[in-house]
Ligand binder design. Sequence first.
Ligand code: UTP
Length: 294
Amino acid sequence: MNTKVRTAVIPAAGLGTRFLPATKAQAKEMLTVVDRPSIQWVIEEAVAAGIDDILIVTSPSKKGVEDHFDRNAELEHLLEAKGKYDELAEVRRITDLATFHFTRQGAPLGLGHSVGTAERHVGDRPFAVLLPDELMPDGGATLRRMIDVTESTGESCISLFEVDGPDISNYGVAGFSERDGDLVTIDRLVEKPPYEEAPSNLKVTGRYVFTPEIFAKLAITEPGRGGEIQLTDAMAMLIGDPGMRGLVIKEAGYDAGQKLDWLRANIELSLDDPEVGADVAEMLSGIVRARGLG
Ligand code: UTP
């Protein structure tokens, strides 16, 4: 087995029902955060972590995702003719981020099924999975550490985040047998457990580095909740065979697939943006003053 992680799989074939009506005719992954689609933020993160090969799993209604990472000769020609060289460089940069490949899921049979469609492309190598609506604006640091864990241990590594109180029962939850700083050895994975039965307060978040054994596990995963092939069910079979680590992260990032957190991502990331940050801060304090919210 080649142990270097070079490929990231981006599952983007879901229906995006939590964000209707915005997602009726456009992909959830293409919703803009500040100045680019959320999926571009996530791919830039993967590239910063050392990934140079991207496989995006799409569906027939998501052609915009494929077009976004493909060359657009007509647009490039027009920008050049108008002397808009900064915009031209930005448009070309998207295509040059990595080598892009696309595959179709066929039907939205669940996240596990979506990841399973990557087997032919990935083969016998470890690989990363990044959910394209979860933003982790840390310059790829978390994913890089997860890749290092998998490359040095030969075990899969997933990102985990501490959740206080009963809210934990809304998530996939990881129990662990050992903890060394921010690294845990996972011994249980449960999807949406009742609060009293949760094995810990660590929820599974949208970054994963898998060894190729995940494909054999997905192949024998029965449809679970909602008739979907659940990634968590296949991951649970990796525990002890060959093993599963967890990295406990300090910042949750943003779930841009739901309205409130998408808004929060736009506000916070625009405040960090060198071009508009100062103006956004002024605009926000103006709104707070005008509405008496302060
Ligand atoms: P989500 O459950 O967040 O996405 O799946 P969804 O199903 O599109 O959204 P809602 O819940 O209806 O609002 C996490 C990721 O997995 C992909 C989605 O595109 C999303 O990026 N996914 C989900 C697939 O690729 N295929 C599926 O069958 C389901």
